[in-house]
Design a protein around this ligand. Structure first.
Ligand SMILES: Cc1cc2nc3c(=O)[nH]c(=O)nc-3n(C[C@H](O)[C@H](O)[C@H](O)COP(=O)(O)O)c2cc1C
Length: 240
């Protein structure tokens, strides 16, 4: 079985899709999909390319994250399966969460939140390119995640973590409970050692092995994106 979406919400491997039940973020709206593979293929033919948003989490001057994100962006574009958006949290420049109402109300006061909401809403899938800071991921990413709620739900995410000795693996582990809280669905990961593959002058020292691992993460995302886009359509049809 080649594809298995490692999701908090999918209750069975995709190869067993005939007996799959999709658990959506709101259990009241759960959908039973008995013809999932056929639906996925049909949607790929009839729908526009899904939007993949690559989010550069580090905001530091001289950050390694930009070089890694540029590399991943090029691979995603070359694959041709997505309309790829490149979102740099340093450019987005969100203040520390300052909305008076909780994100779950979807009632936003500030233009920066409305703009961020539109960007996340139009994405079908995400890649977080994130550093390991003190055995976790960085605060700017947590802040950006906390701003919104509904816009993240029932969408897949790939995690590209990087760092020193632990290769960003602790950042990847630390973010997983947060994904669950937001209804984001883990689609796979890639951890990178900056000691082995440094970023010099914004250029990442990639190699064939890293390219292959990135490509396999993109494959996982490609499949998971189609599945979750279908699930959201079915959910919305079910609700309306
Ligand atoms: C505040 C801070 C904390 C860090 N903590 C860790 C850590 O816990 N583990 C690790 O492997 N590297 C750690 N590092 C090293 C970073 O992974 C490395 O500097 C990397 O380049 C940071 O990503 P950035 O340059 O894109 O911001 C830390 C770096 C900073 C700035």
């Amino acid at each position: 079985m080649r594809h298995r979406v490692r999701s908090h919400h999918l209750s069975a491997p995709l190869g067993h899709a005939n007996c799959l039940s999709l658990r959506l973020s709101n259990p009241a709206k759960d959908v039973s999909l008995t013809t999932l593979p056929r639906l996925v293929e049909a949607r790929k033919v009839s729908m526009p390319k899904p939007v993949l948003s690559i989010i550069v989490a580090s905001t530091r001057p001289g950050r390694a994250g930009l070089g890694i994100a540029n590399w991943f962006h090029e691979l995603a574009l070359a694959r041709g399966a997505f309309d790829v958006e490149f979102v740099d949290l340093a450019v987005l420049d969100l203040p520390l969460l300052n909305e008076p109402r909780q994100p779950v109300t979807r009632h936003y006061e500030f233009e920066h939140t409305k703009r961020w909401s539109t960007m996340v809403e139009r994405a079908d899938a995400f890649v977080f390119v994130m550093p390991e800071y003190n055995h976790s991921y960085n605060a700017a990413l947590k802040n950006a995640l906390d701003y919104l709620y509904h816009e993240w739900r029932d969408k897949p995410v790939g995690l590209v973590g990087y760092g020193g000795g632990a290769l960003g693996a602790r950042a990847i582990e630390a973010i997983k409970p947060v994904l669950t809280a937001l209804g984001l669905n883990y689609a796979g990961e890639l951890s990178i050692s900056l000691a082995r593959s440094p970023v010099i002058d914004d250029v990442f020292s990639n190699d064939a092995q890293l390219d292959a691992r990135a490509d396999s993460l993109l494959s996982e995302l490609d499949f998971a994106t189609a599945v979750w886009r279908d699930a959201r359509l079915a959910r919305d049809a079910h609700v309306n």
